[in-house]
Each structure stands twice: as C-alpha cells, then as structure tokens.
Design a protein. Structure first.
Length: 351
C-alpha cells in the first residue's frame, strides 16, 4: 500500500516537472520569437532621413597668419563658412489644417520631435503672419502654391529645414474627437458668434468653463476668433486654444488601446490626412512616441507680433517680433547643434 502511494506521488511529481519543463520551453520559444520579431522590426523600420541643412553657415574666423608682416586684424577679418550640423534624432514637421473651402490653411504649426530626449515642441504661426507676396498673409500660400510652397515659405521664415508635412482636413478633427467619445475641455471665454454666409455657417455659443465637447463642438471652439460684438480674443488667443485642444485630443487618443478603435484611427488618418511620411516612417515614429510624457514633455508657443501692419494694400497683417520669435525658435524648434541667428531667418518687416 505504501509503495503504491509512493509510486503515485513520484508519477505526480514527474508530471508536474514535465509540465514545468514544457512551460519553460514555451516561454523560452515565445521570448525568442519576440526578440527575433523586434530585431527584424528594428532592421526593417529605420529612422527617417532628415532634410539637408541649407548651405548657410556659421561665421568662423580664419586661422591667424604665420607671416609676421600680416596685420593681426587682417589675418582674422575674413570669416570662414562652417556647415550647419543637425542634432541626431531631431525631426521637424509642418502641420497645416485647411479651412472649409480647402483653399487657405486655417491653422499652421511647426512641430519638433527630439527622439533622443523625448521632447516635443509645437509652435503656432498666426494665419495673418506677414510674408512678402502679392497677398501678404501666410494662410493664402497653400491656396496659390500648394503644400510645397507653404513648406518652403515656413522653412525660409524660421530658418530651419522642414523634414515632413501633414495637412489635415477639418473632417478628420471632428471624426477623431467623436471616435474617442468626445473630450473634456476648458472653454477659455464666453463665445457668442453667428456667421450664416454659405462658406462659413458658424453658430458658436458656449460659456466659459469646463465642457464636454463632441467633434462638431470642439471644431467650433477652435475656429472661434471673436464675438459678434467684437469681444473675445485675437488670432494669438485662437492659436493657444488650438494648441491646448490638440494636446487634449492627443492625450485621449494615446490612452485608448482597443484594436477596433485603432483601426478607426487609421481609417480617419488615411481618408483625411495628406503626408509625405511613408508607412514605415509612421511606424518608426509611433514606436518612439510611446515614450513621450504629454504632461511634461510637450512645450508650446505662439509667434509674437503686431496685427496692425499693412502691406500691398492689405490691412491687418501680423508682423512678427523678430527677437521674440528667435527666442522661441531656439527654445522649441532648433534642429542644429548651434543657435539659430536672425540672419538665418526671413521675418519680413514693413515698418
């Protein structure tokens, strides 16, 4: 009797050991597959290329002459061009949202993503920003020359290369907010505006304070500029509201993990967003972006200036404050290992 019990215990222990070994081998196999998949993914999905810096240079003094007869001032007077060097893993993006008619860009932003430091900078360019063109407001560049013209204009304005662009139709904004069940957002002021013209059809009525907004309501809030009586805020206040809204949406989108909702995001993106990013570029950036802390890793700014400028017979142009803008460029967007200087930018001035 005792022997039978002992044999039974041994068989049971042996079975447990076999099960343990099987589970261990399975875990090892799964781990190997994960490592192989990850290595294959890393081999196939490489960091996107960065745009080549302009030939612009950093002034550097020539070496002192060994000729004792050469005056010291003369030997050091000629600056030698030194090529600009880009930070590794630092990317810049042009983000533009088209208005209802699709001809102008209602929103223009430049974003910088430092994948090494996991920092994101987003800078809004007011839509009436002064540029040296027949119609001197930057929001009209897209309608006359397309995204490449806008990309070139923005790059020239701020003095840095733009690596990639994304243009978003306003339908995407509404669909994305609705896809995540709406967002909670603090409306910054009382909004009371009506515009029944066919190309606008805006009816915006909200009280200041925290509101739960669906897609259409969120769109109305970010499009608001002023009330019918003229109160409200200017384009600068509007861009700040847009930045806060986009940050709120990004946080909520990244908090969702449902596969069906992810597929919905992909559908919204493919139907409403135009970009020069490839699928592998997007995949690479997606793997990097999971490390961004949206509470501390995202900084925003709006270019300072004066909206009373007039040029080419057009009023209410927004002339940039060059020194104030330069500070923002270096703080939030600078892709170089050295500082951006005023002579590298092209902030047009009429007064």
């Amino acid at each position: 009797m005792a022997r039978r019990l002992l044999k039974k215990k041994r068989r049971k222990a042996s079975g447990v050991r076999r099960l343990g070994r099987a589970l261990y081998r399975t875990a090892v196999a799964v781990s190997v597959l994960i490592v192989v998949f990850f290595c294959g993914f890393k081999a196939l999905v490489r960091p996107p290329e960065q745009a080549t810096p302009p030939t612009a240079s950093i002034p550097s003094r020539a070496p002192a002459s060994d000729d004792p007869d050469t005056p010291e001032d003369e030997s050091a007077a000629t600056p030698t061009p030194v090529p600009l060097v880009r930070k590794e893993g630092f990317y810049t993006f042009l983000l533009a949202a088209t208005d209802v008619g699709g001809g102008n860009t209602d929103t223009i932003m430049v974003a910088a993503y430092d994948t090494a430091e996991q920092k994101v900078g987003v800078v809004s360019i007011p839509r009436d920003t002064l540029v040296d063109r027949s119609f001197p407001k930057i929001n009209a560049v897209y309608g006359s020359g397309g995204i490449e013209a806008l990309k070139e204009t923005v790059s020239d304005l701020i003095g840095i290369p733009i690596d990639h662009y994304m243009t978003v139709n306003i339908r995407a904004f509404k669909a994305l907010v609705d896809a995540v069940g709406g967002i909670d957002f603090y409306v910054p002021c009382d909004m009371d505006y009506d515009d029944s013209t066919p190309d606008q059809e805006l009816y915006i009525h909200y009280k200041e304070g925290m509101q739960h907004l669906n897609g259409q309501q969120a769109l109305e809030v970010v499009r608001f500029r002023h009330n019918n009586d003229g109160s409200g805020y200017t384009d600068v206040g509007r861009t700040q509201t847009q930045q806060k809204m986009l940050t709120a949406i990004a946080k909520k989108v990244l908090s969702w993990s449902s596969l069906s909702l992810f597929n919905n995001f992909v559908d919204i993106f493919t139907q409403n967003v135009k970009t020069d990013l490839s699928a592998t570029d997007i995949a690479w950036f997606a793997t990097q972006a999971v490390g961004v802390d949206f509470s501390t890793g995202v900084s925003t700014g709006t270019l300072p200036g004066d909206g009373d400028a007039r040029y080419n017979g057009v009023s209410w142009c927004y002339q940039l404050d060059r020194e104030g803008c330069l500070e923002i460029f270096n703080e939030l967007l600078n892709p170089y290992t050295t500082e951006i200087t005023l002579d590298m930018t092209n902030m047009f001035q009429v007064k």
